[in-house]
Every structure is written in structure tokens, then in C-alpha cells.
Design a protein around this ligand. Structure first.
Ligand code: APR
Length: 229
């Protein structure tokens, strides 16, 4: 089976990384536009770099949870693509090998002068940290108002899926939220979220619970489903 998994902040919540919309539109006490937009970076680059430095430090202190691990195990029997809106690397650390990061990656930075210069980066990023061509480096994340370069690849994966699993996303942010429309008509959809934005239907099975318990249930349902024989 070709399984495509779409994940959002909720899959990492139990690892200790806060979601966005659960905290009144504030991201770790910051207005999202202040820390996640090109305008915010132009206005106060130090604040933005400091914000991502804190996120990077936090990420290095947390661990993948049972949901990340269960999704990684799926690769034993299936072709699995994870499309995540998260900038953390918890899917990779749990063992998933095919992860598409729609909104970029916290442990990478790129040049503000040449966006194809992307570097691995685990330490703090400061003003004055430059690429070889002397352009300031910035977090390799997709900010509001910026293009989502991985979108075409994500659409292709969704259109080729036999099964779709969605975990821990409010499905409110486009273009990620629009990905579902590219799935073939008969593809079963499993949705795990304690506060689900989609309701159950003939095609959609909703598991209104946390990722750590819901994801293993979805996987056991898939393994025992008639279409898997
Ligand atoms: N398990 C599963 N889901 C959970 C859990 C949990 N333990 N805890 C919370 N959730 C769910 C919430 O119910 C909510 O539906 O996770 C979802 C988080 O939604 P958002 O905070 O909106 O996160 P996400 O959908 O990933 O946001 C998309 O918005 O701000 C931008 O770029 C940012 O990638 C992010 C995008």
C-alpha cells in the first residue's frame, strides 16, 4: 500500500512542542506575523533570529513520541510518505525516511541572497552569520506570504496515495489544507486529532484523540482492513 501521512503541530504536542492555534494565535507568546513573516524579519531581525534560536534549542531537548515511532514502523510493510507542516525533525529521528517538510526545517538555514544555498545548522544563528557570498543567513522556514516550494511534490504524493492518514492539524492553513482535494475519490482517510476539524463520513474515519493513542489504532485498523489482503 502507498500510504501518505499529513501531519501538523499536534503530532509533536506530546513531545513538548506547543501547537499554534491552541494558544490564541500566539506562537510561544509572539504574534505569528512578528516572528514568521518576511515583514517581521525586516523589522526586527534580531528578535526573529532569537525566536528561532530558542525553538532550535528546545527541539534538541525533546524526543519523538509514540505517534512518530508508530508512523516510522509503518515503513516495514508499506511505502510511506510523510508530508509534515512541522519544522521539527522528530519524524526523521523516529526513523521515517521519506519526509517532505512543507514549511521548511528548523535545523537548516539558507542564504538571504541565494535561496538555493541551504546549510545544516544546529547552533544559534546570529546577525553577521553569512554564506560564502557574504549574505546574511536566515532560518530555512516558510514564512507567511512566502511560496511553499514543496507543494508540487506534496500534491503528487497525495494524488498517488492508496490511503491517507492525517494527524494533529487544524487544517486551517493553505495551501496544506487544500492537499486533500488531490486525493483519488475512493481513498480512505483516517484523521487523528482530539479536536477534529473534519467529521466522520463514509470515506473519513475520525479518531478524536491524542496522536500517541490514535495513530497506533489507525495503523492496526489499516493492517486488518480487507483492502490490505
Ligand atoms: N495529538 C494530536 N493532535 C493534537 C494534539 C495531540 N496530542 N494536541 C493538539 N492537537 C491538535 C489540535 O486539536 C489542532 O487541531 O493539533 C492541531 C494543531 O493545529 P495548529 O496549531 O493549527 O497546527 P497546524 O495545523 O500544524 O498549523 C499549520 O500553521 O502557523 C502555521 O506554519 C505553521 O505549520 C503551521 C501551520
Amino acid at each position: 500500500m502507498n500510504i501518505v501521512v499529513l501531519t501538523g503541530a499536534g503530532v509533536s504536542a506530546e513531545s513538548g512542542i506547543n501547537t499554534f492555534r491552541d494558544s490564541n494565535g500566539l506562537w510561544e507568546n509572539h504574534d505569528i506575523m512578528e516572528v514568521a513573516s518576511p515583514e517581521g524579519f525586516a523589522k526586527n531581525p534580531e528578535l526573529v533570529l532569537d525566536f528561532y534560536n530558542k525553538r532550535r534549542k528546545q527541539l534538541l531537548e525533546v524526543q519523538p513520541n509514540a505517534a512518530h515511532k508508530a508512523l516510522a514502523q509503518l515503513e516495514k510493510n508499506h511505502a510511506v510518505t510523510i508530508i509534515t507542516q512541522n519544522v521539527d525533525d522528530l519524524h526523521e529521528r523516529a526513523g521515517s525516511t521519506n519526509v517532505v517538510h512543507l514549511h521548511g526545517e528548523l535545523l537548516k538555514v539558507r542564504s538571504t541572497g541565494n535561496e538555493t544555498t541551504v546549510l545544516e545548522w544546529k547552533k544559534d544563528l546570529n546577525l553577521g552569520d553569512c554564506c560564502d557570498e557574504n549574505h546574511q543567513l536566515r532560518p530555512h522556514v516558510v514564512w507567511f506570504g512566502e511560496m511553499v516550494p514543496m507543494m508540487d511534490e506534496a500534491m503528487k504524493h497525495v494524488s498517488e496515495a492508496d490511503i491517507l492518514i492525517i494527524v494533529g492539524t487544524s487544517m486551517q492553513v493553505y495551501p496544506a489544507a487544500g492537499l486533500l482535494q488531490f486525493a483519488s475519490e475512493n481513498v480512505p482517510i483516517y484523521f487523528v486529532d482530539p479536536n477534529p476539524s473534519i467529521s466522520s463520513s463514509e470515506r473519513v474515519s475520525v479518531f478524536a484523540e491524542k496522536a500517541s493513542t490514535g495513530v497506533p489504532k489507525v495503523i492496526s485498523e489499516i493492517e486488518n482492513a480487507p483492502y490490505n489482503e
